[in-house]
Ligand binder design. Sequence first.
Ligand code: AMP
Length: 304
Amino acid sequence: MSLLVVGSVAFDAIETPFGKTDKIVGGAASYISLAASYFTKSTNLVAVVGEDFPQEFVQHLNKHGVDTTGLQVKQGEKSFFWSGKYHTDMNSRDTLVTELNVLANFDPIIPEAYQNCEYLMLGNLTPKIQQTVLERLHKRPKLVVLDTMNFWMEIALDDLKETLKMVDVLTINDEEARLLSGEYSLVKAAAKIQAMGPKYLIIKKGENGALLFHGTEVFFAPALPLEEVFDPTGAGDTFAGGFIGYIAKTGDISFEGMKNAIIYGSAMASFCVEKFGTERIIDLSETELNARVHAFKNLVNFSL
Ligand code: AMP
């Protein structure tokens, strides 16, 4: 069942306690569409890059079955660039640079073949652009998921609040949930954020797992304790890609269905952090993925 992914496709420069990269391929939509491709072979991408973006990565996406007809390449312009540095605990980071470049004037054109998508994943982007995508779809998708970050809460809060009214699921981290709601308690924050629009809220807590809120119901998925965490960049997007990809595969948008989707999202994210950038999720085998999902099951399996 078809999935439309919109978000940044970019260059990142990352510094962690274990190493440093020059510009490597990143961007929310890169991670999301790669992760989703392990569950659905009908993923369509709308994004923008500059002429500096490597064609080789686009070919990787195509090999994964991701349709890139909606990826605009702007001649004479530069791709979005983000740089971040992680603290020693790897749970928090500082953004060092955000250069919007092609994102500053991004006009998200939806190819006709992408209309009627059943699932929409609005990855990290200017809230106004996320809203434009929704307005340009002839038919509202069955499920709309939105990811955002503190950057947009700080510079475009009013637009973000307008966009939130139009979505079903919001994924943000604990720090962002507190920033958006003004509440320290995540339970209170969840109630306030659900009142802003999204009836489902996923709060990601890095190595402490993720919480799914819906009304008064709550579900918790742990993060797998890993021997090595190399680079957390993109873990949130990979989580979102696994989540929406799994839902696109099953078609189940109930709270129960979302519980499984969160486990698959967490499994995908656990791979992402094992290497820099998209390296670890570019070539996963089905056996590896199944083993990881079982490791999650065993982690929380107990009898009363
Ligand atoms: P995550 O680690 O899952 O929060 O996502 C990191 C990715 O988000 C990186 O690959 C960046 O290129 C991308 N990113 C960072 N800041 C922004 C922004 N303001 N808008 C869109 N994408 C961003």
